[in-house]
Design a binder for this molecule. Structure first.
Ligand SMILES: Nc1nc2c(ncn2[C@@H]2O[C@H](COP(=O)(O)OP(=O)(O)OP(=O)(O)O)[C@@H](O)[C@H]2O)c(=O)[nH]1
Ligand SMILES: [Mg+2]
Length: 397
């Protein structure tokens, strides 16, 4: 603030001078009767002190050191200068002559305090991390675990930004997520086909996932694929896989019983890969598949993998329950479907970090064959913290 005093023959004269020199934005800080000759003191001359906000007085620039910014944006050096001026005015012109200026200083102090209140407490990275994890749907136990790691790594006397907090959380999550890479890119050959059995709760997207992987194998990897359906439970389920098979021009077999399974596989054995779809049941956790599994594991000539399909929309406790109940089928890997359907993927963390099953594929929509990609730990961690976004840069299955 630029502050100047003006003397005039009377109030009007002094105000004209203020306006002429400082313009219309000038603020009158104080006025008093003049004792000097020049202003015509004897005839009731006045002295007006006026200020122009937002202009630094020339002397402020010569104060030692760079001016510090107070929370409300008022320069501390300027405040000091104002106080000094009040004291000088009172010394020269008597106590009370600078009442308006004193009030102004008090007001500036208030504004500074309000500014400090508005800008809130200093940024706390751990608090920010906690907020991010809650919003992303991480369970309380998972938050506790991750915040412990966060605390260890974030203990540095540096300023943290919200973006850095999120990056560190992504890093911590990615350290716990294990992936397999493509299950079908290389394995399997005619005579010793790679067999992948897809199991999991009803409606999670098993049949759709089988179709997506089959389409990728046929169209992009130029591999020979056979489809097999163990889905004898739901009417229409066999039809669903047949339609996909016909569209892709790949053979589809149906095995209603474990006894028929060997024959079905024999008919498909000239393929590189056999993808086996199964029926989801609301209860039992895959119990009904055990007889089929014993046939599949008995065949030494087959290279078998069991994959558990889960939906990202399930709550963390339900995901862990599903994994526990399907343990009897000894799955080797996970497919996580419907990533696109939930805004809080943090619920996956418990299963991915502690379920001891690596993730093979993730599916991100209903479109066959495009909405599937080979799981990537870093991308999964990013989605769990930031939410899923359709950027199309993943590796297609
Ligand atoms: N949004 C979204 N929908 C999906 C995804 N995968 C599958 N779906 C949809 O989920 C529904 C069920 O898919 P299915 O493939 O029939 O599920 P399933 O596990 O075979 O079901 P059952 O055979 O009854 O156990 C269908 O409407 C699919 O289009 C996905 O990644 N995202
Ligand atoms: Mg199905």
């Amino acid at each position: 603030m630029l502050i100047k005093t003006f003397e005039g023959a009377d109030m009007n004269d002094a105000l004209k001078k203020v306006k002429k020199e400082l313009g219309g934005d000038a603020v009158i800080l104080s006025s008093r009767k003049s004792h000097s000759e020049t202003s015509g003191g004897g005839r009731g001359g006045v002295v007006v002190t006026a200020g122009l906000p937002q202009i630094d007085p020339p002397w402020a620039q010569h104060l030692p050191g760079a001016p510090e910014e107070a929370p409300g944006g008022v320069r501390l050096s300027e405040m000091d200068a104002l106080r000094e001026m009040v004291e000088r005015m009172e010394r020269e012109w008597g106590a009370g002559s600078s009442q308006a200026l004193r009030e102004l200083i008090a007001r500036i102090g208030e504004i500074s305090d309000q500014g400090a209140a508005l800008s809130g407490p200093p940024f706390d990275p751990e608090e920010e991390a906690r907020k991010v994890l809650v919003e992303a749907g991480f369970s309380e136990a998972d938050r506790f675990e991750l915040l412990e790691g966060f605390r260890l790594l974030s203990y540095q006397p540096v300023e943290w930004s919200p973006a850095q907090v999120r990056s560190l959380l992504q890093f911590l999550v990615s350290q716990k997520v294990d992936v397999t890479g493509s299950l079908v890119g290389q394995g399997g050959r005619p005579g010793r086909p790679k067999i992948i059995l897809f199991v999991g709760p009803t409606g999670v997207g098993k049949t759709t996932t089988v179709a997506k992987i089959a389409a990728g194998l046929v169209a992009r990897h130029r591999r020979r694929v056979g489809l097999l359906n163990l889905d004898t439970y739901r009417i229409g389920a066999v039809e669903q896989l047949r339609i996909y098979g016909d569209l892709m021009g790949v053979p589809v077999e149906v095995a209603n019983t474990a006894a028929r399974l060997s024959e079905s596989i024999a008919r498909l054995s000239e393929n590189d890969v056999i993808l086996v779809d199964s029926a989801g049941r609301s209860e039992g956790g895959g119990e009904e598949l055990l007889p089929f599994l014993s046939v599949l594991t008995a065949g030494q000539e087959w290279d078998l993998s069991v994959v558990l399909v889960v939906s990202a929309g399930q709550k963390s406790l339900d995901l862990e329950r599903t994994a526990t109940s399907y343990q009897k089928l000894r799955p080797e890997a996970l497919v996580v479907t419907k990533i696109d359907e939930t805004g809080s993927l943090g619920s996956l963390y418990g299963l991915l970090a502690h379920g001891r099953l690596p993730v093979a594929y993730v599916t991100t929509g209903q479109k066959v064959p495009e909405d599937i990609e080979v799981a990537h730990g870093g991308r999964l961690a990013e989605w769990m913290i930031e939410g899923w976004s359709c950027d199309g840069s993943g590796v297609r299955a």
